[in-house]
Ligand binder design. Sequence first.
Ligand code: AMP
Ligand code: MG
Length: 406
Amino acid sequence: MISVEEALGILLANLPEKKVEQIAFQAALGRILAEDLLATRDTPPFNRSAVDGYAVRSEDIEHAPVDLRVVGESRAGGGMPDTLKPGEAISTMTGAPVPEGADTVQMVEFSRLSEDGRNVTILKPIKAHENIAPKGSEAKGGEVVLAAGHRIGPAEIAVMATFGFRHVQVYRRPTVAIIATGDELVELDENPRPDQIRNSNAYCLSGQLKYLDIDAHYLGIARDDREELRRSLLLGLERDVLIITGGVSMGEYDFVRDVFHELGLEILFSKVAIKPGKPTVFARRGERLVFGLPGNPISALVTFECFVRPVLGRLCGMKTPELPRMKGELLGNMKQSPGRTAFLPAWVFWENGGWKVEPLVWKSSGDIIGFTGANATFIFPKHRDSLSRGEIVEVMLLPDFFVRQR
Ligand code: AMP
Ligand code: MG
């Protein structure tokens, strides 16, 4: 049985080429840039004043207080001002061009304007270059301001607006199909018989995809029937990635692997030393990737985060889409039979200068209720059979870690 790390290695070795698309810059929030964006002009495009005050020559006010003649005004958007000569001051607003000839801007707070407005007394000296953002100091025209691979947030949108990029090339998000399988499953609008349960995995996975900004194409429930599975899988294979849950275990009616074979899928792994989620299957057909996740709700949730997210995130252009990990102090005694790396639900919180890891009570990998309060999973190493209270354990933060509250 391969380890979680080996499984990840196989996943990453089988990624198809990322696809690129051009979209409106406002729509690019949360996407990954697929091209370098170069400054289309110097920025600032002129020597820009950072304050409201008077543009002057620093040498003229070395011995302040000094009187200077006010010869004009420079306001933002009011055209380029005249050149400043010795003995002169030009009233200059924040964001406005500093006139040629001036090398500094003294703040209005350190000045006194004469009654007639023709002269100004500068009350304090100021060094050359103060309060000025020089032309091209933020970027020179032609310089890379956003590199390919950069994630686009609000500041990046502002940079696109600054340089007039109406459209940008980003990585296309993969299309993802979801199929649920199992004769026992019914949808929400049906009343389950005593031997039936409602499908929850398809909706849980759709939510997990949503955190990656991917809308799932849900293809419904396929019965434990080869022909029905085959039809459903063929539909799913029209998408970049297909996720099917259930039917991958070793039961008499677990046909998913068989149908993968019949459809000519190349199975790259079909068992991983992970708990929960051992029977996870990964397969491909050409560029199409297929995940067979176990039907147990926690298994499906955990294997999605461990195996599906790293793949989908990379197809979206992310460099390290894996959920972040950190370490914290375990607040409980835990036991397991060794052999598989376990990802167990936990509540992680900061207290007394350190991260604490409270293991949550859950009854089995089917017990999705037991998982609902988790903001992380902690990792039970596969060679260990027990962990003691006070030990430092590794935790994998869940996608909503930073917004989830108790
Ligand atoms: P399987 O992987 O098909 O052997 O299913 C393992 C367990 O998960 C069984 O108890 C199933 O009833 C349950 N299960 C399978 N699919 C789903 C689903 N879509 N939603 C909720 N539970 C499921
Ligand atoms: Mg089943």
